[in-house]
Design a protein around this ligand. Structure first.
Ligand code: F0G
Length: 434
């Protein structure tokens, strides 16, 4: 079973061990194209169900459970895995009610080893880097990719290199990258410029780029869809709702769903809704113009993970939207933080960017795009602890231009039992008053 790299535009193919991220002929984005006719003979719902709960590497991973569709030829012992995936799919009736649908699930990718969905991509990318004989791997990052790259690189014995913006990086993420031992460079440039810089530096120095322009990253990330559908006992929801930044996830989801469909593992495609922050919405703007082109913008949002104005995977995301009859919506920072407070308040929790999913569901229901009776899966992309500043600033109502709708006030007391009891009594009556 051979896999090849294939240009999504001009269909030129390259051997899988070619070190490249874009097509040499036309500059288009590359896909890892598997031999689906061969896969048809080996993969089945039963095969993937049999591997559930496996204790053996690499099949104990929620990525490598689908190895035939991720990286079929890599020897099992060469896989760099923590293992990742196997994340919870929460059924949340209260949040369904809040957003206006009957059935809502949240797929929590913040439950991965380093706290974000990036681990699913990184296990694919770092495994492939090692097969290629690379010694140094690098990325530009708004934070989560860096944490993941740093952890997987050190596990694989590779040097990790991170290009950060010198502001707006959530502390949880920065601390992870430093702690895992990557070479971290804070640069006076935003994510979009840093991505251009990392590609330029990598070209000159032979470092391997592990941003989502690397198609092996997306092979790992598409398993979010595989696992979700398997967890739903192979039932396809009406909608998948996902935040969009550099658009790697949405690109990967379309590819994975298309493969499952071609293999007969599902009998319909869900519709995908990509949700962007209003201050970082180039895909949304392009959607409004029937995808005539991408006009890069200078991005600004409290959801720092998706503060991206020139998404590298734009064309693949548009392909996903066409394959799935998808839509794009934008939500304000206020809507993001209120949705986050709702998710957090159910004991689930996520970082700001992830809350775009729930905020997006609410908005699309209000607009009549998502029907009340539709079944919806929202993807939560990162863990609550990634960005504690945002959470605390919300609950203390100290964010610029955002008024917390669901604050959980922090009480202050002297070391005095009577005063504390008074606070508790008042808190209880406030709760009953709601
Ligand atoms: N949610 C979180 C928590 C993220 O960290 C990211 C991207 C996204 C959503 C957007 O996903 O790029 O696939 O559309 N974070 C990258 C990083 C850019 O560097 O960690 P996308």
């Amino acid at each position: 079973m051979t896999s090849r790299l294939q240009c999504m535009d001009c269909t030129t193919t390259y051997p899988i061990d070619t070190v490249t991220y874009t097509c040499a002929a036309c500059g288009g984005l590359l896909d890892v194209q598997h031999d689906l006719d061969a896969a048809k003979k080996t993969v089945s719902r039963a095969l993937f169900d049999d591997r559930l709960g496996s204790l053996s590497a690499p099949y104990n991973s929620g990525v490598w459970r689908y190895k035939e569709l991720v990286h079929p030829t890599v020897p099992d012992e060469q896989v760099v895995s923590k293992p990742e995936g196997n994340t919870n799919l929460y059924h949340v009736p209260e949040l369904a009610r809040w957003s206006g649908v009957d059935t809502l699930y949240l797929k929590h990718e913040g439950e991965n080893p380093t706290g974000s969905f990036k681990d699913r991509g990184m296990t694919g990318g770092v495994t492939h880097a090692r097969l290629l004989g690379m010694t140094r791997v690098a990325c530009a990052s708004t934070g989560n990719t860096s944490a993941s790259l740093a952890a997987y690189a050190t596990q694989a014995g590779l040097q990790g290199i991170i290009f950060f913006e010198n502001k707006n990086i959530a502390l949880g993420k920065l601390s992870q990258a430093i702690a895992y031992g990557a070479t971290c460079v804070q640069i006076n440039a935003d994510f979009d410029r840093n991505l251009a810089l990392v590609r330029e530096v990598a070209e000159e120095t032979g470092i391997y780029v592990l941003n989502s322009v690397n198609p092996f990253r997306l092979e790992g990330q598409k398993t979010i869809m595989f696992e979700t559908i398997q967890q739903l006992r192979w039932q396809v929801p009406d909608w998948i709702v996902v935040p969009g930044g550099n658009l790697g996830n949405s690109s990967a989801f379309g590819k994975g769903l298309n493969e499952f469909y071609q293999l007969g593992l599902i009998d319909k495609m869900p519709r995908i809704a990509i949700i962007q922050a209003a201050g970082a919405n180039p895909l949304y703007q392009s959607f409004q113009r029937d995808f005539d082109d991408l006009q890069p913008i200078k991005a600004q949002t409290i959801a720092s993970a998706i503060k991206i104005g020139n998404p590298v995977n734009y064309k693949k995301a548009v392909r996903t939207l066409r394959w799935t009859n998808g839509v794009v919506a934008e939500v304000t920072d206020q809507q993001i933080m209120d949705a986050k407070a709702q998710i957090d308040g159910r004991g689930i929790g996520c970082e700001p960017a992830s809350a775009c999913s729930l905020a997006g569901v609410k908005k699309l229901v209000a607009e009549g795009v998502i029907g009340r009776g539709d079944s919806v899966v929202g993807v939560l992309t990162g863990h609550l602890l990634k960005d504690p500043d945002a959470t605390i600033s919300y609950h203390t109502d100290s964010l610029n231009n955002i008024r917390a709708q669901y604050p959980n006030r922090l009480h202050q007391a002297e070391g005095d039992a009577a005063q504390i009891i008074d606070i508790l009594n008042r808190a209880r009556s406030a709760e009953y008053a709601d």
